[in-house]
Design a protein around this ligand. Structure first.
Ligand code: GCU
Length: 423
């Protein structure tokens, strides 16, 4: 017999013989968000208030250590550097306004990653967006000169993936997410690479990227603290940033790490570990990204660590259903970007990623900017309406529509880059 308490959406669906979409069986009711207290931001591990920059730096190290040990895993020390070679000479595109070039990051005999670069043709050094893509560089633009990536990819009919491999039909299928014309028009550059080159996104094949580079370097890292795919993608983003140093027209001191969704989680983890990123962009990164874990709204730690165990370190799953006991919450991750520029964005219909939780984490992180003597969100206290970005060095917007990154989002990121990084 089914008691009233056990009568969940799942049992209803089972009785009706329907299959629920995994995301339907989650809390989307603001009234059911449990009361919670966030771990305080400006105190040390012993609860003593921080007094100045030195205290913040010490606390920063502790927080990074906790996020590594409990969530994303530790980035191994001593990973080999890559060689960077040009695959082709710069090719004029966009009616001569931009140059397109492909580079190869090579860990000879072990791993390689192709990077696609677009930069303004004028050649002066400009801020560069560094971001991973989901279906290969050839999906970013239909340009037949872009190398077709033949590595393992997640199944996607819409992206022309056949038996986990891209086909000619895959070219340009993700172009709407990469408005290269707009980036160039706003005097910025773009560097992108296929995320699966660093770590294929499936537990069965996740080792087929750069993972072997860590062999022999993890002996002193407890097994449950070893990195997962998010850690590898984040490390990859830093490798790309480092490679920007040698590319004409790119200003690596004004590198902006950007990512959508799972890659937004990776962009945040890259941006907090690697302070050489001058700005960090989280687009719809949701659970284990910009959203507060303690709200239990949309995706939860339990759901994410059971659906995607390969993204995290082993300890992460131990917090399933125990969010309130976690030693950290995601506002503390966002705060680790301070005093650099941060832009967090949500989409109003993307409830799985908890837009309000992303805003509240940003708001709760903001005191870090003030503590360090800057202006983050400014006088913002309430979540803004849709399509009305707010903030200064920390900016936030919630866009009309669903889970995606589009031209509107990019327009906002370019605006943040202009107001915080342009000389
Ligand atoms: C799933 C996952 C999210 C993730 C998203 C994406 O929905 O549950 O955590 O952000 O995929 O990467 O698109």
């Amino acid at each position: 017999m089914i008691t009233r308490r056990a009568f969940t959406a799942t049992t209803l669906a089972t009785l009706l013989g329907t299959r629920l979409h995994a995301q339907d069986d989650a809390n989307y009711d603001e009234a059911k968000v449990p009361p919670y207290t966030l771990p305080p931001l400006l105190v040390d591990a012993a609860g003593r208030p921080l007094r100045g920059r030195d205290d913040w730096q010490a606390r920063r190290v502790e927080l990074l250590d906790t996020f590594a040990a409990q969530m994303y895993g530790r980035t191994p020390r001593g990973l080999a550097a890559c060689t960077v070679t040009a695959i082709d000479a710069p090719v004029p595109v966009l009616d001569g306004r931009a140059l397109r070039q492909q580079l190869r990051l090579d860990w000879v005999g072990k791993a390689s990653v192709d990077v696609l670069v677009y930069r303004p043709a004028h050649g002066r050094r400009v801020p560069v967006f560094v971001g991973l893509n989901y279906y290969g560089n050839h999906a970013v633009d239909p340009d037949p000169g872009i190398v077709l990536n033949r590595r393992w990819m997640r199944a996607s009919e819409a992206n022309g993936i056949v038996q986990h491999r891209a086909t000619e039909r895959s070219r340009g299928t993700m172009a709407r997410r990469w408005p290269v014309d707009l980036i160039i028009e706003r005097d910025c550059a773009l560097m992108t690479a296929y995320y699966g080159d660093f770590a294929p996104d499936d537990p069965a094949v996740v080792r087929d990227g750069i993972a072997p580079l860590a062999d022999g370097l993890q002996d002193r890292i407890p097994v449950r603290e070893r990195w997962g795919a998010i850690g590898m993608w984040a490390w990859g983003l830093s490798q790309m940033r480092a490679a920007a140093t040698g590319v004409p027209g790119l200003d690596a001191s004004r590198a902006i790490v950007i990512g959508h969704s799972r890659l937004g989680k990776a962009a945040l983890w890259a941006g907090v570990q690697d302070e050489a990123f001058a700005m960090v962009v989280s687009n719809d990164s949701g659970c284990a990204g910009a959203a507060l874990s303690r709200r239990i709204y949309g995706e939860t730690i339990g759901r994410i660590t059971s659906s995607f165990p390969h993204w995290f370190c082993g300890n992460a799953a131990s917090w399933a259903g125990r969010e309130a006991e976690m030693p950290v919450d995601q506002h503390q991750l966002l705060a680790l970007v301070a005093p650099r520029a941060l832009h967090v964005a949500s989409a109003v219909d993307d409830r799985w990623a908890d837009p309000r939780g992303e805003f509240l984490a940003t708001l709760a992180a903001d005191p870090a900017w003030r503590f360090l003597g800057g202006t983050g969100l400014g006088d913002v206290t309430e979540m803004p309406p849709v399509d009305a970005p707010v903030g200064r060095r920390v900016r936030y917007h919630v866009r009309t529509g669903g889970h995606d990154i589009n031209r509107y989002d990019w327009t906002q990121y370019l605006e943040t880059a202009k107001s915080t990084l342009h000389k």
